[in-house]
Design a protein around this ligand. Structure first.
Ligand code: NAD
Length: 521
């Protein structure tokens, strides 16, 4: 008999649209108009399948024009967060007994519907977080990939697991879910990471509270609606947007919460890790924390590199989605022998970057996500102007949206603040390395270890980087962004997180525990 997994087509990544096809362009234009016509809609909490409107609202603003309210999401109180935990605890009793086949089927259905409505989701991301068309489509393609990939992974883990046979006994090992989890995603991959973290937890048999980022609560509300539409039972995913300090801490510290799946900044991740480590009265387990955190990612350009290719890779990695990717290149570490040539060529390349409303397809860069990001990135730019030589950008564009120029600062000391701290915006530091040894030393000199890239034509340098460049995702002669689900399992070392790999074969294990059963033959 063939297993369910064998009957399902092998996983394949969605192709990201480049919008060269006029039909795609027309569909995206129509989706942008359609989403715009729904601006200002209200999105309730969802607790045990019940929709609850609260007086207090989270306003999702269009960062390209913050006078436009993309949507108003209800904001959960402490009592509502507690009732969501109760609902998830109750739902777990039945959900944990559903088969992996049934759970996976919900994800396959959700993926199919998301694919059908892809442009609408793309358009929402353009308005809610300021993604260009291509970036928005990449995010939604990745969300679909996560649904498809984790569904197959759940089926794989449900198959008989190998144990060493022994005479006189029958032994088996099965993976069972953990319990109730808190899902706390960031806004920057507002579709992909939010959907991926939620899907991984529930397809493994857990029930969850989804607390989205306040900057991207509408896309999360759409996703929760989608899961209900495909029949995911009430209480499996409870939607509780709200303040991190008010309900976030309460949820993380609650004794009925079994695990926390977090993606976001180092500061919040460490806070959650600390809080989760305290045992609350009545708590029966040690909480598991999966934390994927920040980065300070470098592209090393060796003296023997193809300089033009490196310039292109650095520009795309640094300024795609305004540098607001955890994988974004924020440091180019360039060999002294080609340094001047690289700086000059990069300056020319960055000057060609178009910045403006991402709803207009002509713009490569949109706004940064909100006013506080604008402020903190601008502060870093001022620091950078003192720490190095400004060669491009350095200021705000216009006064309406949160637009910043792509900013490049050369001659930065490896220990300067803009070389060490995560800025999370369109700011690139260029650092001169004496030679390859020095470049490797600089590449590893931060507390992070997320992504990195090396441009070189020398196999021995590639071999050395494989050993020495301490990052979770290392690339050669290509950009440092754009990891594909299944192809480039993603996640970093050190202060970049708990060493997990989203979109990889180990990921679902983070949401399960193994039970061994032995029977005398
Ligand atoms: P953030 O840390 O500000 O927020 C992340 C999430 O935590 C949000 O949902 C927020 O509402 C919530 N939160 C805040 N305080 C909380 C609390 N006390 N309790 C519970 N939840 C709380 O991060 P962000 O600005 O949304 O995202 C950007 C950061 O995410 C960057 O540092 C980036 O590098 C990182 N990131 C990492 C990865 C990765 O895979 N390693 C991927 C994407 C983003």
């Amino acid at each position: 008999m063939t297993s369910t997994l064998e009957r399902i087509a092998p996983f394949q990544n969605e192709v990201i649209k480049n919008f060269q096809d006029p039909a795609d362009v027309a569909a995206m234009e129509a989706a942008l108009a359609s989403v715009k016509s729904r601006f200002g809609a209200h999105y309730p909490l969802v607790i045990d399948g019940q929709k609850i409107e609260t007086e207090k609202k989270i306003r999702s603003l269009n960062p390209a024009d913050p006078s436009q309210v993309v949507g108003l999401t209800s904001s959960a109180s402490k009592e509502q967060a507690l009732s969501a935990i109760d609902a998830a605890v109750r739902a777990f009793e039945t959900w944990k007994k559903t088969s992996a086949q049934e759970r996976a089927a919900y994800l396959f259905k959700a993926a199919a519907l998301m694919r059908e409505r892809r442009f609408e989701y793309d358009a929402l991301l353009t308005y809610e977080v300021g993604k260009s068309w291509g970036e928005a489509d990449g995010d939604i393609a990745e969300a679909i990939d996560f649904l498809e990939f984790y569904a197959r992974e759940a089926l794989r883990y449900a198959q008989p697991q190998p144990v060493v046979p022994i005479a006189g006994e029958q032994n088996e090992l099965v993976y069972i879910p953990l319990g109730v989890g808190a899902i706390i995603p960031p806004w920057n991959f507002a579709g992909a990471i939010m959907a991926g973290m939620t899907a991984a937890a529930i397809v493994s048999g857990n029930t969850v509270l989804l607390k989205p980022s306040s900057d991207s609560a509408v896309i999360a509300a759409w996703f929760v609606d989608l899961l209900a539409e495909v029949g995911v039972p009430n209480g499996v995913v409870n939607f509780v947007p709200g303040s991190g300090s008010v309900i976030g801490d309460l949820i993380v510290a609650h004794p009925q919460i079994r695990f926390i799946s977090f993606t976001g900044s180092k500061e919040v991740g460490l806070h959650i890790n600390e809080l989760a480590a305290k045992t609350a009265p009545g708590q029966k387990w040690i909480k598991r924390v999966v934390a994927e955190m920040g980065g300070k990612d470098s592209i090393v350009v060796a003296g023997d590199a193809d300089v033009d290719a490196a310039v292109e890779g650095v520009a795309i990695s640094a300024f795609g989605f305004q540098g607001q990717k955890c994988s974004a290149c924020s440091r180019a570490i360039v060999d002294a022998s080609i340094y001047d040539e690289f700086v000059e060529k990069l300056k020319g390349r960055v000057a060609k970057i178009t910045v403006g409303d991402p709803a207009d397809r002509a713009n490569y860069m949109g706004p940064v996500v909100n006013e506080s990001a604008l402020k903190s990135i601008s502060e870093y730019i001022e620091i950078g102007k003192k720490e190095g030589r400004l060669i491009h950008g350095g200021g705000r564009i216009g006064e309406t949206g949160y637009f910043l120029e792509p900013t490049v600062i050369a001659d930065v000391d490896p220990m300067a603040r803009i070389s060490q701290e995560e800025i999370f915006g369109p700011v690139l530091a260029i650092i001169k390395a004496d030679d390859f040894d020095h470049a490797m030393e600089i590449a590893n000199n931060t507390e992070f270890g997320l992504t990195g890239s090396l441009y070189t034509s020398d196999e021995s340098k590639i071999a050395r980087a494989k050993e020495e460049f301490f990052v979770g995702n290392l690339y050669f002669n290509r950009k440092s962004t754009g990891a594909f689900v299944g192809v480039h399992p993603f996640g970093g070392f050190n202060m970049s997180g708990t060493d997990s790999k989203a979109g990889g074969r180990d990921y679902l294990l983070l949401f399960m525990q193994a039970k061994t059963m032995s029977r005398k033959a």
